[in-house]
Design a protein around this ligand. Structure first.
Ligand code: CO
Length: 211
């Protein structure tokens, strides 16, 4: 069996088990999804949103990219956010980073990853720049990277609050709650690092009027 055939065989076995465990499962989910969460996570294969939270298909709407970034010019991320907030009416947006993130480590290096990756990693370098006094004071490189993972999650949650999408929802729907989490590969546990509720303070520069 080739590696990709293994995936298809795995799919058959999963569908069979799911049908046996919950006969109404596919009928229920084929017509509608009503997730309560939007997950913005890292593309890293070791951090699958549903597995590590013990949730089922239908429970989490997912967007993943390198180092779980919220970039204000990223049409992909913004359209996912818009759909999740305004159409699915999810109540929680979770930005989940992870210790040992390759994207974070790459951004801390001086390696030329060529134009496209350099452009993406630049967003992370800018986070480092904003916190460089704190980060440069950490001698151990691994610990410094771990701290940048936490600060980056903090920063990306802040970016969410700076979008007109979130500000409009906070004003009119009193939701969603924004969460910043960090997952540890070494023990599988998630550490919450930040929560922003509707009405949380936003830098006046980024506040939109007449939403
Ligand atoms: Co990562």
């Amino acid at each position: 069996m080739t590696p990709y055939e293994k995936l298809l065989a795995g799919n058959k076995a999963w569908a069979k088990k799911q049908q046996a465990d919950d006969p109404a499962f596919f009928d229920r989910l084929s017509s509608i999804q009503t997730p309560d969460f939007l997950w913005i996570g890292c593309s890293d294969s070791r951090v699958p949103a549903d597995k590590i939270t013990g949730t089922q298909p239908g429970e989490i709407f997912v967007h993943r990219n390198i180092a779980n970034m919220v970039v204000h010019t990223d049409v992909n991320l913004l359209s996912v956010l818009d759909f999740a907030v305004n159409h699915l009416k999810i109540n929680h947006v979770i930005v989940c980073g992870h210790y040992g993130c390759g994207g974070i480590k790459a951004a801390m290096s001086n390696i030329d990853y060529k134009p496209v990756l350099n452009m993406w990693l630049r967003n992370i370098k800018d986070v480092y720049h904003d916190y460089r006094d704190e980060l440069n004071a950490i001698a151990d490189e691994e610990l410094r990277a771990d701290r940048l993972v936490e600060l980056n999650v903090h920063e990306q949650v802040t970016h969410l609050s700076q979008t007109s999408i979130i500000q409009r929802a906070w004003q009119h729907d009193n939701g969603p709650h924004l969460h910043g989490w960090v997952y540890r590969l070494k023990d599988g546990l998630i550490k919450p690092v930040l929560e922003m509720l509707p009405g949380s303070a936003i830098d006046p520069l980024y506040i939109y009027e007449d939403l």
